[in-house]
Design a protein around this ligand. Structure first.
Ligand SMILES: O=c1ccn([C@@H]2O[C@H](COP(=O)(O)OP(=O)(O)O[C@H]3O[C@H](CO)[C@@H](O)[C@H](O)[C@H]3O)[C@@H](O)[C@H]2O)c(=O)[nH]1
Ligand SMILES: O=C(O)[C@H](O)COP(=O)(O)O
Length: 235
């Protein structure tokens, strides 16, 4: 596909520890891409009601900073971001990727070469033990049941998407259900989705109380999204 501008959206909630490093590395990827292809990039940071210095830290790096007055969750943050985006391709990247974020252009190559309409990054094996695969497994089964697509990384938030998919899917999914909903909608609307290995690393959720609480919220959001996709399919 032909694309002149790539919009990158980074949702961030209390990410002062890792945000600057992530944005700096995204910028490195942007410069490489512009040098090689002449394409423009637009970096949008959505501060999801942070109580720390997240928004201030984004100032030197972002083309646009959007602020939610209070925390509304990842789905709402992405929605706010893509509605302001001008690119034909939108890339979603989490705020905690650190220096690995420079590899984000890997995600757009298959789109530019016309091989697919949406890519999802499969991250390398985690360095420490995380969960037991319950949320990921439930999400993968739900995606397969509702769309027929066999996903290995249904929760991965690192993606590149043709912007028309976002407009047609209408950003109707909230919280941590956004990835699963977008994947199901894209496949059901006939778009081609490719999962590919990209050397991106993120903060891993541990086996402790806050980790289990986090996974509980993920599971609840994924379940709500699967229910919504079943009750009101996109097409
Ligand atoms: O209320 C929130 C919570 C998180 N975030 C941001 O969303 C991103 C992902 O959040 P994180 O807590 O790092 O999620 P993970 O535990 O890493 O969750 C995995 O699974 C999620 C779906 O369940 C995906 O959104 C993530 O991309 C994927 O890495 C980060 O940039 C956060 O700052 C918000 O903007 N608002
Ligand atoms: O750590 C993770 O990958 C997510 O929090 C999901 O956890 P789980 O799929 O291992 O339950």
């Amino acid at each position: 596909m032909q694309a002149q501008t790539i919009s990158i959206i980074v949702p961030a909630w209390n990410e002062s520890a890792l945000l600057a490093g992530t944005l700096q590395s995204i910028g490195e990827g942007c410069r490489n891409l512009t040098c090689q292809t002449g394409m423009r990039t637009q970096l949008i940071v959505v501060d999801d009601g942070s109580r720390d210095s997240t928004a201030e830290l984004a100032v030197p790096y972002a083309d646009l900073i959007l602020r939610q007055p209070a925390r509304r969750g990842k789905g709402a943050a992405l929605r706010l971001g893509w509605r302001a985006a001008s690119g034909e391709v939108v890339v979603f990247l989490d705020a905690d990727l650190g220096s690995s974020a420079k590899h984000w252009p890997d995600l757009i190559q298959p789109l530019l070469e016309g091989e697919c309409d949406m890519t999802v990054a499969k991250l390398p094996q985690a360095s420490r033990k995380g969960g037991f695969g319950l949320v990921r497994g439930a999400a993968a089964r739900g995606v397969r049941w509702l769309s027929g697509f066999r996903s290995q990384a249904p929760l991965s938030g690192q993606r590149a998407v043709r912007s028309e998919i976002l407009h047609r899917s209408r950003g109707r999914y909230d919280g941590f259900g956004v990835e699963v909903g977008l994947l199901i909608d894209a496949v059901k609307m006939g778009y081609r989705v490719q999962e590919l290995e990209v050397p991106l690393y993120h903060r891993e959720t541990g086996r402790n109380w806050s980790g289990w609480w986090h996974r509980g919220k993920q599971l609840a959001a994924v379940s709500r999204t699967l229910w919504a996709c079943w009750r009101k399919p996109v097409c």
